[in-house]
Design a protein around this ligand. Structure first.
Ligand SMILES: [Ca+2]
Ligand SMILES: [Ca+2]
Ligand SMILES: [Ca+2]
Length: 310
């Protein structure tokens, strides 16, 4: 395990962003790194294999780490003698040195655990880092949930302080790159495509907002800054995230007519209703009660939401 720890340490230097690094160092024995439950990797085993490769290039895909510049699917790297039990992007039993996939030899040469014990998420991350394996799985509708919306800040102007939060309820990290924000219903021009890598860890949150300067935006740290064309109406509005193939991952419409009309407080989805279906109803939201750290308005950007009163 010391070797794996050392390798993980080195992989931190290979990844391109804080979020990507958080993924790259997401071992089953260090949940504190990402706030992800310790069981994440083992749970992945039930879902990763069946969807890997088939969805390559679909856009808005999950990536196992910040790598993957080339490579293609690992299945293509095997030769005629390929008898590896599964590909390098799939969780499963330990693979065998010399089984026919050069990437297996590379990973196990650096990390014997992957050929001695099991092929876990760390091995997949290493395949991405060491072999540029392209390990992707599909993002499905409902995998991301819009959990919080600051559509009407008070501490600063709306043009400086609007933001919204996305929560990844899937078992895999999700990269928002290639996905789009829709901010008016049925308005083709009201779309902003996310052109950079923004990784949402499994079980994690990211915050997208109009101004990334914490000194003027109400002290909200953003994971992505969208253009000023994305404005969040104070009375009623539509907001959605869709993948690169125009499949809606989550959408909602909010309205002050529901009785929820916050000012200086985010629209906060109750933690008991953190699904893409439940957030369709304003009844599952309430005004945030926690004061933004270092700010004056109320909200929990990038963190679990406040519990709504009964
Ligand atoms: Ca507004
Ligand atoms: Ca929804
Ligand atoms: Ca929150």
């Amino acid at each position: 395990m010391k070797l794996r720890t050392a390798l993980l340490g080195s992989s931190i230097l290979l990844c391109g962003s804080v979020a990507a690094c958080a993924m790259a160092v997401e071992p089953e024995d260090d949940a504190s790194t990402t706030g992800t439950p310790a069981t994440t990797s083992s749970v992945n085993a039930a879902t990763t294999g069946s969807t890997t490769s088939a969805t390559q290039g679909a856009g808005g895909s999950v990536t196992a780490s910040a790598g993957g510049a080339g490579g293609g699917s690992s299945s293509s790297t095997g030769g005629s003698m390929n008898n590896c039990a599964h590909d390098v992007c799939t969780l499963g039993i330990a693979l065998t040195l010399g089984c026919g996939d050069p990437c297996v030899d590379t990973v196990c040469g650096q990390d014997s655990y992957c050929c001695d014990t099991e092929w876990d998420q760390t091995c997949i991350d290493e395949a991405v880092d060491f072999c540029s394996a392209s390990c992707t799985v599909a993002v499905l509708p409902g995998d991301l949930v819009i959990t919080e919306i600051m559509n009407n800040p008070s501490a600063v102007a709306d043009t400086a302080g609007e933001w919204f939060e996305l929560h990844n309820v899937s078992q895999n990290p999700i990269d928002l790159q290639g996905m789009s924000i829709l901010h008016q219903a049925n308005m083709p021009t009201a779309v902003e495509t996310i052109a950079q890598s923004v990784v949402v860890p499994s079980g994690g949150f990211v915050v997208l907002g109009v101004n990334g300067d914490t000194t003027v935006n109400g002290n909200v740290s953003l994971d992505y800054v969208y253009s000023a064309t994305v404005s969040l109406n104070n009375t009623t509005d539509y907001l959605a995230i869709q993948d690169a193939t125009a499949v809606i991952i989550d959408e909602l419409t909010y309205s002050e007519t529901s009785g929820l009309d916050p000012s200086g407080k985010s629209r906060n989805l109750d933690p008991s209703f953190m699904t893409a279906l439940d957030n369709d109803s304003d009844m599952h939201f309430c005004e945030a009660t926690s004061t933004i750290v270092g700010g004056m308005d109320q909200g929990t950007p990038g963190a679990p939401n406040d519990i709504c009163p009964p």
